[in-house]
Design a protein around this ligand. Structure first.
Ligand code: MG
Length: 179
């Protein structure tokens, strides 16, 4: 069994705009360069995963179903753009949830690394060869704790960072021209 590297992406304000607890499809909008970045990763044949804290579920702001519908819209939009999102892992918990079962100190809410571990196990991913990208320190920390290289997204365009990540960690392999 050979393990492969992957790209782990935060969802809100890394891939898509979020003014706070977004779940309505009509509000969907890519972050600058996000569609191009997804296409770039897919063309390089690197699996892409979303790891996202969705505490709005625990807080009762939207349902898990509504989140899935919204995520399916993102997946479809990614396909349309020439990208591929292989899987999405989410944390529904939130410390302020009125439901004690949802207010637990879980292992999946970033900066905890649980979402990355879950996907790595399911898809046979080598975390030490993988990259995590997100707009918050908690994203970077989750990636770090999972053993991945981690980048804080502070550029205005996600594809600018994607180019940097690709050239640093996934340089194009030139085939041998002779034996
Ligand atoms: Mg974010």
């Amino acid at each position: 069994m050979s393990q492969k590297p992957a790209i782990f992406l935060d969802r809100d304000n890394t891939l898509i705009h979020d003014d706070g607890h977004i779940y309505e499809i009509e509000k969907f909008a890519w972050i600058n360069g996000a569609a191009a970045a997804l296409k770039r990763f897919h063309e390089a044949n690197i699996p892409v995963f979303i790891v996202t804290n969705q505490g709005g579920i625990g807080r009762g702001i939207f349902s898990e179903d509504q989140m899935h519908q919204f995520n399916n819209h993102i997946i479809a939009a990614a396909n349309k753009a020439g990208g591929l999102i292989t899987d999405i892992a989410f944390c529904p918990h939130h410390p302020l949830s009125p439901d004690p079962a949802m207010a637990i100190a879980c292992g999946c809410r970033k900066p905890e690394p649980g979402l990355l571990f879950k996907l790595a196990q399911k898809w046979e991913i080598d975390l030490s060869a993988s990259v995590m990208i997100g707009d918050r320190d908690s994203d970077v920390e989750a990636g770090r704790r999972a053993g991945a290289k981690s980048y804080l997204f502070i550029q205005n365009n996600l594809d600018d960072l994607a180019k940097q990540v690709m050239s640093t960690h996934f340089p194009i392999k030139i085939g041998k021209t002779h034996a």
